[in-house]
Design a protein around this ligand. Structure first.
Ligand code: ADP
Ligand code: MG
Length: 432
């Protein structure tokens, strides 16, 4: 390959970026200046004879009368001047950042910790996996960026910008760096979170989820490894790689069942529902709530059948009264239900108050229509009884593994679902 970018910077590697490159500095500092004028007019250096093609119109009557062309504005009379449109900026280069360390290689991308060369800010860069794309920029990557941008909230990780490398497959999402993810944190914490801390974390999570849902975004992959937590007791929902808008007309074939990492997947998805909604996220929130209480994932199943079996054991098998639409789900016919038995919540969470159990059961409810919404859950009496939610400032801090310290491998949870081609639907199976 002899692309221009490569020939001008022969030493660059294709999958990472350099530390110091004076040439880059000048180029990117220049671009930065353009960026920093966002919202103002773009000012270009012009030769004395160059004509304005953007920004303010040329004066209709030139005082000197020198330029014939200046007698007319350079833009259509029917289109407002450029300043009325949002300024469109080119993406900055990844070389504006100094790479520090790799945090994690996940299912859809690699995440690095990096420093903004200009401001010194420490950030996280997620490299989107585009290598195998043959049909342009993948919809999943677009959805991720779009969802992060439309769900800005105190408890959603802040997207700063999208930057590009030298090749078309190098696209990075730049986010605030957050010290921990909850999954890793739970494995290294010497003791579980206190009830007062769990209440604070759940209120933050619910308020982020309520915000996403009110902006018509389903997250579809809520789990502890996608919840980041800083050393000031604040949770940030991350990884919108499977997020999508809901409420739009659904295409032929419905919505994919290829969502939500197995342990956090709602029963309606397991049973093949092709239309589902915000309730799938609330099931995952219920699993996260249980995980915070137990300090280990609630349903550590190896496959869909085992997962359904575990759900049936904890909730009691579904009945027509609990879930009127159960029998209409595509895969319900293939399942042999165990004999009726009562729910086991009280035995599993024996130290919880009645209100706490009630909230957990309202999230882990079979019927998506009856499952509690994030907005309703925020008002639940569990949060108003003693012990009260702890102020985030009073949370302890922990050494950050993501900032480069050695850490133990967290429990081996299954990864996010692979793409459709690799996925076999649950088609048969018997449950004891
Ligand atoms: N903004 C961030 N700050 C710090 N660590 C992060 C950040 N974003 C992601 N990570 C880490 O990288 C991991 C993978 O990122 P994620 O966005 O979940 O990617 P994937 O889609 O590959 O799962 C997370 O579990 C977390 O440990
Ligand atoms: Mg993830």
């Amino acid at each position: 390959m002899s692309s221009r970018a490569e020939s001008s910077t022969p030493s660059r590697k294709r999958s990472k970026w350099d530390e110091d490159d004076p040439e880059d500095e000048t180029v990117h500092t220049g671009q930065r200046q353009l960026n920093s004028t966002a919202g103002k007019r773009r000012v270009k250096a012009r030769s004395p004879t160059s004509r304005s093609t953007d920004a303010s119109p040329m004066p209709i009557d030139s005082p000197s009368g020198q330029h014939h062309a200046s007698a007319r504005p350079s833009y259509s009379l029917y289109v407002p001047p450029r300043t009325h449109h949002p300024t469109i900026q080119p993406a900055r280069s990844v070389y504006c950042y100094e790479r520090l360390n790799q945090i994690e290689e996940g299912s859809y991308g690699v995440v690095f910790r990096a420093r903004d060369k200009e401001t010194g800010d420490i950030v996280a860069l997620k490299k989107l996996k585009l290598d195998e794309e043959k049909h342009g920029f993948p919809i999943t990557a677009l959805r991720e960026v779009n969802a992060l941008m439309s769900c800005r909230h105190e408890n959603v990780v802040r997207i700063r910008e999208v930057v590009v490398g030298d090749t078309l497959t190098q696209v990075f999402v730049v986010m605030d760096f957050i010290e921990h993810d909850l999954k890793s944190l739970l494995t290294v914490m010497p003791s579980p979170f206190l009830q007062s801390e769990i209440k604070t974390l759940m209120l933050q999570l619910l308020s982020a989820v309520a915000h996403c849902h009110s902006n018509w975004i389903l997250h579809r992959d809520l789990k502890t490894s996608n919840l980041l937590m800083n050393n000031r007791g604040t949770i940030k929902v991350a990884d919108f790689g499977l997020a999508r808008r809901y409420g739009d007309p659904i295409g032929v074939g419905g919505m994919t069942q290829l969502v939500v990492t197995l342990w956090y997947r709602a029963p309606e998805i397991l049973l093949g529902a092709t239309t589902y909604s915000t309730a799938v996220d609330m099931w995952s929130v219920g699993c996260i709530f249980a995980e915070l209480l137990l300090k280990e994932p609630l349903f550590q199943a190896k496959g869909e059948i085992e997962l359904l079996s575990m759900i049936f054991k904890l909730l009691g098998p579904p009945s027509t009264s609990l879930w009127p639409d159960y029998s209409t789900l595509p895969l319900s016919k293939t399942i042999t239900l165990p004999s009726p038995q009562p729910p086991q919540f009280r035995q599993r969470f024996h130290y919880m108050t009645t209100a706490g159990i009630d909230l957990l059961m309202s999230m882990l409810t079979y019927d998506p229509e009856q499952r509690i919404s994030a907005e309703e859950a925020l008002q639940h009496p569990y949060f108003n009884e003693s012990p009260f939610p702890k102020h985030p400032d009073l949370f302890g801090s922990f050494p950050s593994a993501a900032a480069g310290e050695k850490r133990r491998k967290p429990f081996d949870s299954p990864s996010a679902p692979m793409r459709a081609a690799d996925y076999k639907l649950l088609t048969e199976g018997e449950l004891s």
